[in-house]
Design a protein around this ligand. Sequence first.
Ligand SMILES: [Zn+2]
Length: 258
Amino acid sequence: MIFTGDNIGSVRQHVIQIAKGLNCLEPVRNAGTSYATPCGQCLSCQVFESGNHPDIIYVAGTKTSGIGVDDVRQQMILPMSTKPFRYQYKVFIIDKAETLTPAAQNALLKTIEEPAPYGVFLFIAGNITGFLPTVLSRCAVKRVQDGIVVSAATVDPALINFAEKISAELSQADIFKAFQIYKQFEPYKESKDNLQEILNQLYVIYSKKITDAAASGVLPQSVWLDAAKSITKTKQILKQNGNTQLAIELMLVTLTKS
Ligand SMILES: [Zn+2]
């Protein structure tokens, strides 16, 4: 499972709770959430807090180039071949998963596809654009916002509809049309939250195109990959109080014919 979101600290916290909950001896099951809340008291929870949990493994790159093939073999594939030391699951937390090299991702494919029954991979990624389509098609991608996994139901449907309309128009548009499409953003310009959510929804649309293509065995169009990257970049510019109009117009131009 790949977890992503704007606030990577919050994503990390969320993933840690899931890892802890998986091996907790007295987990609290909450209605409406798919993950158990760890009790914080049992031996597993306490050992985890002490930083020495034998079955929750942090994976990190040993080179500056990112998490490479050797890292993946030594820290994931090899340990996966033995059963958990004491608890129910062997949980691998892969932080900065966007730095997994393509070769490392390829090396992982078989293990992701046929994990041991006790094996759980939790990837934490600042963005998903660096993942191979073959990896994306084998992993569920979850977006974490304000400490919760966002489902479509928590987002204003008007913003989802607007993003879908924009993406449909862009798929048919040329560069000149892209500037006209920007005018439709005017009513949303005053609310940063709304703008960010529209961009989130656009990102979901293009991520889905990429994963759907990969799932059906075709290569995703490079224009979708560019779109996803461009949306991520635009979100950052807006957060840093950059020029809203310029940033969105540039993004719309990138998204034409997509
Ligand atoms: Zn516990």
